[in-house]
Ligand binder design. Structure first.
Ligand code: 6PG
Length: 250
C-alpha cells in the first residue's frame, strides 16, 4: 500500500499512528511489541510525536522491545549514531524498560557486534517467533535501505539475520539486519520524504525489477504487510496507479 501525504508533518503523524496501532495489536495478541527502528533524518519527527500525548499515555511502553534496522559504527554519543537519535527523540522520553532497548553496539568491533546482535535476536523471545512486529525503514538516494547498499555482499545474505557492511564512500563500518529477517516482519513501513528522493522512489516502485535494481526493491514481506508512507514531494514523479491521496492532516 502506498499512502501519499501533502506534508511531511502529515506523514509523520500517520507513521506515529501506525506504530501505536501495531503496538496495541501486538501487545493484546502476544503480550509484547517488537519494533526495528530506522536511522536517518526522516523518522525523527515520528519518534518525537510518539513521545507526546496521546501516544505517550496510550502505548503500553513497558511491553515495547526496541531493536534497530541498522547502525553506523561510531561512538554512541556521535550524532551519526542511529540509536542516539532514537533515544533522544523517543526512548529517553517514554517509560520503555531499559532492558528492552537493544542498540547495535558496533563502535569498537563491528564483527563481534554482528554475532552478538544475531545471538540477541535468536536468544530473545524472537527465537520462537522470529517475526518483528514492525520495521521502519528509510530510502537513500542510491536505493539503499537500512544499511543494504547497492552491490554490497550484505544484500545477498540468505541465512544470517545480521550482517556487517563496509561502504567505501562513507569510510564507515555499519551493521544491518538482512533481507530475510526484514522480509519476515509482520509489517514493514518505509518513510520517504523530499524532492531529492523522487527519482529513486519512482525507480523502486515503478521501475523494472531484478537483481541489479535498488536494494529497497528486495523488501517484500513474505506474509506481512508492506506500507509506503510518502510525502507529495517524494511522490512527485510517480505515474500514479493505486495511490491513495491522504489529506487527513493537511
Ligand atoms: C542509516 C539508515 C538509512 C536511512 C536512509 C534514509 O542509518 O543511514 O538507516 O537506511 O534510513 O539513508 O535516510 P534519511 O531519512 O536521512 O533520508
Amino acid at each position: 500500500m502506498i499512502r501519499i501525504f501533502n506534508y511531511f508533518n502529515s506523514l509523520s503523524h500517520a507513521a506515529a499512528d501506525l506504530f501505536a496501532k501495531q503496538a496495541r495489536e501486538a501487545i493484546s495478541r502476544r503480550g509484547r511489541f517488537t519494533v526495528a527502528l530506522a536511522g536517518g533524518h526522516t523518522p525523527q519527527k515520528t519518534y518525537q510525536l510518539l513521545a507526546q500525548p496521546p501516544h505517550l499515555e496510550q502505548i503500553q511502553w513497558s511491553d515495547v522491545h526496541a531493536f534497530w534496522g541498522d547502525e553506523r559504527c561510531v561512538a554512541e554519543d556521535d550524532e551519526r549514531n542511529n540509536a542516539r537519535m532514537a533515544r533522544m527523540a523517543l526512548l529517553d522520553r517514554v517509560p520503555v524498560k531499559k532492558d528492552h532497548i537493544h542498540p547495535i553496539r558496533c563502535a569498537i568491533d563491528p564483527k563481534s557486534a554482528v554475532s552478538l546482535y544475531d545471538e540477541l535476536l535468536h536468544s530473545s523471545r524472537c527465537a520462537s517467533d522470529p517475526a518483528l512486529d514492525l520495521v521502519f525503514l528509510g530510502l537513500g538516494q542510491d536505493g539503499h535501505t537500512a544499511s543494504l547498499f547497492p552491490h554490497n555482499p550484505a544484500l545477498h545474505e540468505k541465512e544470517r539475520w545480521v550482517a556487517p557492511v563496509h561502504t567505501a564512500e562513507q569510510e564507515l563500518d555499519r551493521v544491518t539486519l538482512t533481507v530475510p529477517l526484514l522480509n519476515a516482519a509482520r509489517c514493514v513501513v518505509f518513510l520517504v520524504s523530499g524532492r531529492d528522493k523522487a527519482p529513486i522512489l519512482k525507480t523502486v516502485l515503478e521501475g523494472p525489477r531484478g537483481a541489479s535494481q535498488p536494494p529497497a526493491q528486495r523488501i517484500r514481506p513474505v506474509s506481512g504487510e508492506l506500507i509506503w508512507l510518502v510525502d507529495a514531494e517524494a511522490a512527485s514523479l510517480l505515474d500514479g496507479g493505486p495511490l491513495q491521496l491522504d489529506n487527513e492532516f493537511t
